[in-house]
Design a protein around this ligand. Structure first.
Ligand SMILES: [Fe+2]
Length: 286
């Protein structure tokens, strides 16, 4: 009987993985840009741009609800379109557009707490609401997709390396189809706030990203749902890029005790209105 020898390849692989682990989570202080503005400077910019928007509206200009070129939201400067949209063949887009699933939507996909063997960490919640058109009519059979951070504010994404823990029981993506009355419903965990390097000490308020698909990828609309009473609202240039206060409020869900599930979850209500005076703000250029 021969004694098992150490497997050099295995050992080397182990060493590499240790090196990777050591280099994966660089301290935020090393990743921060030295010329980042302070929160005070960003907040002043937000106040100034809101005042300018109010002056323009008072002078009779009808602004879009959001300035998608909103300088306090630094990355929006490079991300928003600067030229007229190109006409594209919608069917070609379908061939390479991203998608969460490759088959029909299963009922279990609307429950983000059931996607792994164990229970996710965090506060369980349900969010329910209706997808409506400008006349308040429900939109049935529509694909609604969500994605979110875990309870610690961490996404499963290679660019999210801030030192909050990943949760092995949270993927953070779900989808469902609206019913005959336009209702959707998700069961998930409340996402945490997270830092995002827009400026020094920049934190995003807790939010869930929503996508409404329409009949094809070129019709897809993307927005975010927030939680009532979040203390980060005034500091966040992303939600503040919606300059109209009433439009901002429409992005905030309502806590609804009748939707809370005894011994299980907190319930929130959030309707999505596609257009008209009560429209939910939609991210431009998606
Ligand atoms: Fe996010």
């Amino acid at each position: 009987m021969t004694q098992a020898q150490p497997d050099p390849q295995g050992e080397e692989a182990f060493s590499s993985s240790v090196v990777l682990e050591q280099t994966a989570a660089a301290p935020e202080s090393l990743l921060a840009s030295p010329d980042q503005l302070t929160q005070r400077e960003i907040t002043q910019e937000i106040v100034d741009y809101h005042a300018a928007a109010a002056r323009r509206e008072a002078a009779g200009e009808r602004l879009n609800m959001s300035l998608h070129d909103f300088p306090p939201y630094r990355s929006s400067l490079l991300r928003h379109p600067t030229k007229n949209p190109e006409l594209v063949d919608p069917e070609t887009i379908e061939l390479w557009s991203p998608a969460f699933g490759q088959r029909d939507v299963a009922a279990i996909e609307s429950d983000l707490t059931l996607q792994h063997i164990g229970e996710p960490q965090g506060e369980r919640m349900t969010v329910e609401g209706r997808l409506l058109d400008s006349w308040g009519r429900p939109l049935a059979n529509q694909l609604v997709e969500i994605w979110q951070a875990n309870a610690a504010g961490r996404y499963i994404h290679q660019r999210d390396q801030h030192p909050a823990p990943l949760d092995p029981n949270v993927t953070g993506a779900g989808r469902t189809i609206t019913d005959d009355n336009g209702f959707y419903k998700f069961t998930t965990i409340k996402p945490g706030a997270y830092p995002w390097k827009n400026h020094v000490n920049a934190w995003r308020p807790a939010h869930i990203h929503f996508s409404i698909f329409g009949t094809g990828f070129t019709q897809r609309l993307v927005t975010q749902m927030y939680f009532p009473g979040d203390p980060l609202f005034p500091y966040d240039p992303s939600i503040q890029s919606v300059t109209d206060d009433a439009a901002r409020q429409r992005l905030v869900a309502t806590y609804d005790h009748s939707l809370s599930v005894p011994e299980f979850s907190m319930g929130y209500h959030w309707d999505i209105v596609l257009d008209g005076p009560h429209a939910t703000w939609i991210e431009e250029g998606r």
